[in-house]
Design a protein around this ligand. Structure first.
Ligand code: PXP
Length: 250
């Protein structure tokens, strides 16, 4: 299972002073040395953390998957076409939110998202849609031509006890449905060192996209070590208790 490390919050610290440090480019390099299989950045419309310069330099220096998260806007489509990341993940974006709060509204924004998917694919890049673990949203995602989906794990991450088990089951069922209809499936949001193992145990998931918890740990122990520790948890989860589906789980 791949680990894509989101370095947005390294840029958040930099932008607190509008200076040059810490540099997300250096953070990305160290994350790769620690075992990251990919680097993710979200170039937001308000440029609150990642800047255009970061995307440009990362495109030149990142030898693993560079995943650009972006809103479905004309400006962002142009930027993606010019810089050619390895993967474009479409996410909803609201100016007031602290972070991406929910999955894409593929039901109501179907036409717009379908159009953006086509433009990105026509320019040689695969597309992933960040969506809630919802059967209908997965079906629509397939219908509108996406290559991959990233299942939103935020509700699982925030829930406790029995509620969290329910959310885990929702994610497992969503993954199964997506695989069954021929989508490649990733997952992410809110995953940390304490809740990642159960998600990493779901065998059919291609990759996990994790940011805040890794950057938070990196502040204390360094980026390389923070990534290595997350990679270790993911690897152990897969080796020890890979969850497979049985009919009773559906
Ligand atoms: N996946 C998507 C689509 C996101 O928008 C984010 C947050 O930028 C993440 C994964 C990573 O979430 P977190 O920072 O909570 O690990």
């Amino acid at each position: 299972m791949l680990l894509g490390v989101n370095v947005d919050h390294v840029a958040t610290i930099r932008q607190a002073r509008r200076g040059i440090e810490p540099d997300p480019i250096m953070a990305a390099t160290l994350a790769i040395l620690g075992g990251a299989d990919g680097i993710t950045i979200h170039l937001r419309e308000d440029r609150r953390h990642i800047q255009d310069r970061d995307l440009k330099i990362l495109r030149e220096v990142v030898p693993v998957e560079l995943n650009l998260e972006m809103a479905s806007t004309k400006e962002m489509v142009g930027i993606a076409i010019n810089t050619k990341p390895d993967l474009v993940t479409l996410v909803p974006e609201k100016r007031q939110e602290l972070t991406t709060e929910g999955g894409l509204d593929v039901k109501n924004k179907r036409r717009l998202i379908q159009d953006v998917i086509k433009k990105i694919q026509d320019n040689g890049m695969p597309v992933s849609l960040f969506i809630n673990p919802d059967h209908h949203d997965i079906t629509i995602s397939k219908e509108i031509g996406t290559d991959m989906v990233e299942i939103h794990t935020g509700m699982y991450a925030e829930a406790k006890g029995k509620k969290q088990e329910k959310e885990l089951l929702r994610i497992m069922n969503a993954v199964k449905h997506a695989i069954d209809i021929g989508l490649v499936v990733n997952a992410g949001h809110g995953l940390n060192y304490f809740n990642v193992s159960k998600i990493a145990s779901i065998k059919d998931i291609r990759g996990l996209y994790i940011g805040h918890s890794i950057v938070s740990r990196a502040v204390l122990v360094g980026m390389e070590r923070a990534v290595r520790e997350m990679k270790h948890l993911i690897r152990t989860a897969i080796e020890n208790k890979g969850i497979t589906y049985t009919s009773s789980e559906q």
